[in-house]
Ligand binder design. Structure first.
Ligand code: SAH
Ligand code: MG
Length: 213
């Protein structure tokens, strides 16, 4: 085993508490016809911690899948808080709905079915989001970022999953559109004076930005 693998095991064993319900949600998602692309347990815990750090009451998630990351996020919310999560595959939304009930957060979660770009432009927000988590199609990230910068509150956080693209953000001489879009996303965060950003390099990377103006 590589030192990197050993360190990841150490970090997981020391910090990450995925309970039996979350584990079942993660493990059963690919058995229900959904792709095995949920965030990892350590990403889930990190997302939940970020939500707690901004004392999130309203979170927008773009890309629901089976509701694994959404369950971590929603559990950070107070009883009156809300996670609005966007998904265009009906079957994914149905599975996620079951999983949100299992996680005990169905009362705090609203799944909006449809293309996220359309849903976002039609969304009637109950207030400014404290957090936006972006994890849908990679080519959409730059547009999702524009929406997030406009709508998240100052002091709120914008997180993008798969920010390293398996390393292809730097080492790909013939990048696919998704990789080009993630490069553009990262560049746009780094260059935006309204944001302070950093790329957390665990797993496939998460670009984290706080809105400062
Ligand atoms: N955040 C999830 C994983 C999301 S996978 C988790 O970790 O548990 C990406 C999801 O985004 C898939 O379910 C896919 O159907 C959805 N998706 C992709 N493009 C989309 C779009 N334009 N609008 C809405 N959903 C989209
Ligand atoms: Mg992802």
């Amino acid at each position: 085993m590589s030192a990197q693998h050993d360190l990841a095991t150490y970090v997981n064993n020391t910090f990450v508490y995925e309970d039996a319900t979350l584990r079942t949600i993660r493990e059963s998602t690919p058995t229900k016809g959904l792709p095995a692309i949920s965030v990892s347990p350590d990403d889930g815990q990190f997302l939940q911690m970020l939500a707690r750090m901004v004392q999130a009451r309203l979170i927008i998630e773009i890309g629901t899948l089976g509701g694994y990351s959404g369950s971590w996020l929603a559990r950070a919310l107070p009883p009156t808080g809300k996670l609005i999560t966007l998904e265009y595959e009906k079957h994914h939304a149905e599975v996620a709905q079951e999983h949100f009930a299992a996680a005990g957060v169905a009362d705090r979660v609203q799944i909006v079915l449809g293309d996220a770009h359309v849903s976002l432009s039609n969304l009637v927000l109950p207030g400014a989001p404290d957090m936006v988590f972006i994890d849908a199609e990679k080519t959409g990230y730059p547009d999702y970022l524009k929406w997030a910068v406009e709508h998240v509150r100052v002091g709120g956080v914008i997180v993008a999953h798969n920010a390293l693209q398996g390393g292809r953000v730097i080492a790909d001489p013939d990048p696919k559109p998704g990789t080009l879009a993630i490069r553009e996303y990262n560049r746009a965060v780094g260059a935006n004076k309204r944001l302070q950003g950093m790329l957390y390099p665990g797993g496939d990377g998460m670009t984290i930005a706080v809105k400062i103006a």
